[in-house]
Design a protein around this ligand. Structure first.
Ligand SMILES: *[C@@H]1O[C@H](CO)[C@@H](O)[C@H](O)[C@H]1NC(C)=O
Ligand SMILES: *[C@@H]1O[C@H](CO)[C@@H](O)[C@H](O)[C@H]1NC(C)=O
Length: 264
C-alpha cells in the first residue's frame, strides 16, 4: 500500500487560499529528493497526472491518479477505502501552487478488490465538475488494450508526488522514474501472492521505485506513452529484490470494468 497519511501542512498547501490554513504552515520540509531514484519533471510531460487528496475520518491521505477523460480519474482501489471525499488537483507540476481543484463525492472500487492480497486494485473517481482538457497541462492518457501483454524488460515511466525514500518526505514537485518490467514468474519469488491482475517493475539492485503517496498514479510505456499500470504496492520502496507492483490495466477483469464504469 503506497497511500500516505499526510500532514495538515500539505492539505493547507493544497488549498493555499484557505486563510485558516496558513497559520499551520511549516517551513521545515525539504524538497530536494526524488520519487525514489528519479528526477524532477513537469506536468507538460505528464499532463494526465492527477494529485488526489482523500479525506478519511479526520485524516487526509495523498494518492496519484490519471485523467482518462474529462469526467474520470483512474486510481488504485486501496486509495478509496473508507474515504468520504476526494479533492482532485490537475494541471500543475507543483502541489502547492497552480492547477485546478475539483471535489468528488462519487468514487468506486472494483467489486472484486481484495484488500488482503491487493488483487483488482483499481478505482475510479468522478469529479463533480469536468476537468478542463487544455492539451498541454491537462490531457487524457491512452489506456492499454484489453488482453494486451507486457514483455519483460519493457521500460515504464512512473510519476507522482510521493515520498522520495521509504518513510521519507513527499515531494512538492512532480517526480518521475523509469524502470523495466520483470516477468510475473520472476516477481513471484518476491511476492508469492502475485496475480494475473498485477505486474512488477524495478531494477535488480533496487534504488528506483514508486513509493508512499504515489499509489494510484500511472505507469506508462516509455516508448508509446500508453498507461500500462497503476501504482499498487511493494515491500518497502526501492529495496533490492523487491520490485514495485502495479495493477495491470490490460488484464481482462480490470480493463473490462474500467470500460463499463467510465466508457473509456
Ligand atoms: C457517479 O459516477 C458514475 C460513473 O463512475 C456515473 O455513472 C454516475 O452518474 C455518477 N453519479 C452521480 C450522482 O454523479
Ligand atoms: C482478509 O483477511 C481477513 C483477516 O484474516 C478476513 O477476515 C477477510 O475475510 C479477508 N478478506 C478477503 C476478501 O479475503
Amino acid at each position: 500500500m503506497r497511500m500516505l497519511l499526510i500532514s495538515l501542512y500539505l492539505f493547507c498547501a493544497f488549498l493555499s487560499k484557505d486563510v485558516l490554513c496558513k497559520s499551520n504552515h511549516k517551513s521545515s520540509r525539504s524538497d530536494g529528493g526524488k520519487i525514489v531514484g528519479g528526477s524532477e519533471t513537469t506536468i507538460e510531460k505528464f499532463p494526465y497526472q492527477a494529485y488526489l487528496l482523500l479525506k478519511k475520518g479526520d485524516d487526509y491521505y495523498q494518492c496519484g491518479g490519471s485523467i482518462i477523460n474529462e469526467y474520470t480519474i483512474l486510481t488504485a482501489a486501496h486509495c478509496l477505502t473508507g474515504i468520504s471525499k476526494v479533492y482532485v488537483k490537475t494541471g500543475t507540476s507543483v502541489v502547492g501552487s497552480g492547477g485546478t481543484i475539483s471535489v468528488s463525492y462519487n468514487f468506486t472500487q472494483h467489486p472484486k478488490y481484495n484488500a488482503n492480497t491487493s488483487d483488482y486494485d483499481v478505482g475510479i473517481v468522478r469529479p463533480s465538475t469536468p476537468i478542463k482538457i487544455d492539451g498541454s497541462k491537462t490531457k487524457a492518457v491512452q489506456l492499454a488494450k484489453k488482453g494486451s501483454d507486457i514483455a519483460p524488460g519493457t521500460n515504464v515511466v512512473v510519476s507522482g508526488w510521493g515520498t522520495t525514500s521509504e518513510n521519507g518526505e513527499t515531494s512538492d514537485n512532480l517526480m518521475a522514474v523509469e524502470v523495466p518490467t520483470v516477468s510475473n514468474d520472476q516477481c513471484r519469488r518476491s511476492y508469492r501472492t502475485l496475480t494475473e491482475r498485477m505486474f512488477c517493475a524495478g531494477v535488480p539492485e533496487g534504488g528506483k521505485d514508486s513509493c508512499q503517496g504515489d499509489s494510484g498514479g500511472p505507469a506508462v510505456s516509455k516508448s508509446s506513452g500508453i498507461q500500462l499500470g497503476i501504482v499498487s504496492f511493494g515491500f518497502g520502496c526501492a529495496r533490492k529484490g523487491y520490485p514495485g507492483v502495479y495493477t495491470k490495466v490490460s488484464s481482462v477483469g480490470i480493463r473490462h470494468w474500467i470500460k463499463k464504469v467510465s466508457g473509456v
